[in-house]
Design a protein around this ligand. Structure first.
Ligand SMILES: [Zn+2]
Ligand SMILES: [Zn+2]
Length: 477
């Protein structure tokens, strides 16, 4: 059984272990020097006569040593009592007939500290259903040692008979803990004091009565006849609101893309005539406020040049435009994305990428296996929401009230499936989400905690991640 004192401290723990070695070395050096000077003075005079300066120096040194001893003593809690004042015997005694969650950690390591509010919440919300205990293994080494843990924090799950049924090492989110109890066949939710958020709308508040040929197959937005793009397919024409949605579609294809562009036609911005994609010229500009690209197609250079003089921008051939459009991708599903529309994602090792929607942004943690920070504005107000993950769980949420909308749509077989990236979003509060749903009568789905959205992504296999958001795999079209 490993000694609790030798447990691997969390790399990020910043655990206080008394006085740093360099300071101790300094104190020892000063001590040696003082003794040496005293010895020389005694040898020289035969008597050790203490000058006033010497007296002050020795008093200062003594006070410093006493202060350090006191500070150190305060840092090391008594060996049989943890922070909550429980003795080893108390914390290790399970209550009869209740499943029990035991967290072994310390009061100073960062993931351990992050566990503390979760344990408190579980203790309150599942009082009478679940026993929740914490052992500070630094303060209570004996109690920790008997569980044979290798690192902190470790959570041990016991069934009602006291038999260990699972253990987990590292930070473990509340949702993951509850999901694990469920997996273990122990239902804590029945009659729970705080049921999971339940807001949902699975039937649109208003039927989508727009004629089908005026709705973009990719984003469900209205099609402006001046920017219509048509893709010929075996199932008929696919109509898109503009070149940007075409390139999104192109980046989501899993089929062989050789000569795909030959199936595509665009609309001349000036005269509304249909032009094969490969023969068109594109006036590529940027929105002055947001920098978001604007694209207008033309059959001939003359019309394109006229519009360029009026509204600015550059004239590009289709293949140059394609290269530009495909350069920025979603870090989860690989779909092309404009940064102006996307969530910003930074991995723990400083790589910047994007999530084409809030759920995809969380998926970057699953695809890369790295801790990430997601910056995504509220879909209603634009207020920023920041999510930090740690080992595949939510480590922090700003603001704490933030929730996510999981857009769902009924598939032909009657089951609800993801409505696709355009129909997801973060909100700073449930209130904002409800307002947005009200303003968007066609949207269907449900509110879920952001931690659950992340957990859903972390469950995906590499094969599932590869298919994520691809045409035919995601939205039921
Ligand atoms: Zn569209
Ligand atoms: Zn994506």
């Amino acid at each position: 059984m490993p000694d609790a004192g030798l447990l691997a401290p969390c790399p990020c723990s910043g655990e206080g272990q008394g006085i740093p070695p360099l300071v101790l070395f300094g104190i020892a050096a000063v001590g040696v020097w003082l003794v040496h000077r005293a010895w020389r003075a005694w040898r020289k005079d035969g008597v050790f006569r203490m000058s006033k300066a010497w007296k002050i120096a020795i008093v200062v040194a003594l006070v410093a040593v006493v202060a350090i001893v006191i500070i150190n003593k305060q840092r090391v809690p008594s060996p049989t009592t943890d922070k909550s004042g429980q003795s080893a015997a108390q914390v290790s005694q399970p209550a009869a007939g209740l499943p029990r969650l035991l967290d072994l950690g310390s009061v100073s390591c960062i993931p351990c500290k992050m566990m503390a509010p979760i344990l408190e919440e579980l203790k309150k919300e599942y009082a009478g259903k679940l026993q929740v205990d914490f052992i500070d293994v630094n303060a209570n080494a004996e109690a920790g040692a008997q569980y044979g843990i290798k690192l902190i924090p470790t959570q041990v799950f016991f069934d009602a008979s006291g038999k260990e049924c699972f253990r987990h090492e590292g930070f473990f989110s509340k949702e993951d803990i509850l999901a694990k109890w469920k997996d273990l066949g122990i239902d804590l939710s029945a009659g729970s004091a705080s049921p999971a958020p339940t807001f949902e709308r699975l039937t649109p508040a208003k039927a989508d009565d727009r004629p089908k040929d005026t709705v973009c197959s990719m984003c469900d937005g209205d099609i402006n006849p001046k920017t219509l793009v048509v893709v010929k397919s075996a199932k008929g024409d696919v109509r898109l609101c503009g070149p940007h949605c075409y390139f999104i579609l192109y980046s989501c294809l899993t089929e062989d893309k050789t000569d795909f562009e030959k199936k595509v036609s665009v609309t001349d911005w000036g005269d509304g005539k249909t032009v094969p994609l490969t023969e068109a010229l594109f006036l590529y500009g940027a929105d002055e406020k947001t920098g978001r690209p604007t694209i207008k197609a033309f059959a001939g250079r003359e019309a394109a040049e006229k519009e360029r003089q009026a509204s600015g921008g550059n004239i590009l051939a289709w293949n140059v435009l394609q290269e530009k459009e495909l350069a920025t991708r979603c870090g989860f599903c690989d779909r092309m994305v404009y940064p102006q529309d996307a969530a910003r994602v930074v991995t723990a090792d400083g790589i910047h990428t994007w999530g084409c929607c809030s759920h995809c942004a969380l998926g970057v943690a699953a695809r890369t296996g790295k801790d990430i920070t997601v910056y995504q504005p509220d879909r209603l107000t634009g207020e920023m929401i920041v999510v930090r993950t740690l080992s595949g769980s939510v480590a922090s949420l700003e603001p704490k009230t933030a929730v996510t909308w999981f857009g769902l749509r009924k598939a032909p077989d009657g089951k609800f499936v993801s409505a696709g990236c355009f129909h997801q979003g973060f909100f700073v509060s449930e209130e904002n989400l409800r307002k947005w749903v009200e303003q968007n009568p066609i949207e269907t789905g449900r509110l879920i905690p952001i931690s659950q959205a992340l957990a859903d992504k972390m469950k995906l296999s590499p094969q599932q991640i590869q298919k994520a958001c691809k045409i035919g795999e995601c939205a039921p079209k």
